[in-house]
Ligand binder design. Structure first.
Ligand SMILES: NC(=O)c1ccc[n+]([C@@H]2O[C@H](COP(=O)([O-])OP(=O)(O)OC[C@H]3O[C@@H](n4cnc5c(N)ncnc54)[C@H](OP(=O)(O)O)[C@@H]3O)[C@@H](O)[C@H]2O)c1
Length: 275
């Protein structure tokens, strides 16, 4: 399995947003499958810590790159670190989010959602996906969210950016598989990442609880090449089937609003800072 995986998606995997939480769990999944890694995040220290941990367990090469994925010069900043290697797998993990009413947030804040959550994955997919197309092999996972399956009140713009990733990935799944490149969108429910934990959500009285990052990463990597859109976790698969296929859309939007209101009450503006 490991040999097939690295033949198809190796020798290097690049993870955008990889120092902690889900990104770190993705790094471990690829390391287990013997891919060398390029790990990106803003802070160097957690990146170096993860590099040392992985190197102590796996015989792989690792490069760490500290940069902001919202940078307008993203490719120019990344190129010196990746031009001499073959990136056979790209995972765009990171996202910017703010929980709160749309008009309580500045336009600048909304535009940062677009830069990190849409512009970033578009640029990396275009750059590294283009090289995969030339090589006729490779894999791309774009992280998305159930909040992008219908309107997500109090997460309206974030949900919109996640819908972009879902639809972009589904379209590319069809276009790129004809050239030997697997594209998959992982559409997750809540995940117990440091980002999620720092928002201090109240426990929901309905629906599944948050998943562990290791489970989301393991299931997502295992699903690559088998489908275009994957929802990690049986319970989330079931609940998203109900909300997207069986329920009127208006009801699905209201349920999404109800869960965010229940988790965050009247604390109406929570952003994810550098942790
Ligand atoms: N957590 C949830 O409940 C949940 C639910 C559904 C979907 N998702 C999706 O899962 C993905 C990851 O979730 P998460 O946000 O909780 O993150 P995470 O994977 O736990 O951590 C985010 C990683 O990205 C890095 N990062 C954040 N902003 C960055 C930037 N602008 N440039 C470069 N690196 C950056 C962080 O390190 P630095 O801080 O050092 O930059 C960190 O390593 C996202 O796509 C999200 O939409 C999450």
């Amino acid at each position: 399995m490991t040999a097939n995986f690295s033949d198809k998606y190796g020798p290097w995997g690049l993870i955008a947003g990889a120092s902690v939480g889900l990104g770190a769990a993705f790094a471990e999944e690829l390391a287990k499958r013997k891919l060398n890694l390029v790990l990106i995040a803003r802070r160097s220290e957690p990146l170096k810590k993860l590099e040392n941990e992985l190197k102590s367990r796996y015989d792989i090469d690792i490069r760490t790159v500290a940069l902001d994925l919202a940078s307008p010069n993203l490719i120019e900043e990344l190129s010196p670190h990746t031009d001499d290697i073959e990136i056979g797998m790209m995972i765009y993990d990171t996202a910017f989010h703010t929980i709160g009413a749309f008009f309580n947030q500045s336009l600048e804040n909304h535009l940062r959602h677009i830069d990190v959550n849409c512009r970033g994955p578009l640029m990396l997919t275009y750059h590294y996906g283009g090289k995969m197309m030339q090589r006729q092999r490779g894999g791309i996972i774009l992280m998305s969210s159930l909040s992008g399956f219908q309107g997500a009140p109090l997460l309206a713009n974030y949900g919109g950016t996640k819908a972009y990733n879902t639809v972009l990935g589904e379209g590319l799944w069809y276009e790129m598989r004809q050239h030997g490149v697997d594209v998959m969108v992982s559409v997750s429910g809540a995940i117990e990442t440091p980002n999620y934990i720092q928002t201090k959500p109240k426990k929901l009285s309905f629906g599944p609880g948050p998943m562990k990052p290791v489970d989301v990463a393991r299931e997502s990597v295992a699903a690559l090449g088998k489908t275009h859109t994957f929802v990690p976790g049986k319970m989330y698969r079931f609940s998203s089937f109900v909300t997207t296929r069986l329920m009127p859309r208006t009801m699905a939007i209201k349920i999404m609003a109800g869960s965010t209101e229940q988790m965050y009450g009247d604390r109406n503006l929570i952003t994810n800072p550098k942790l």
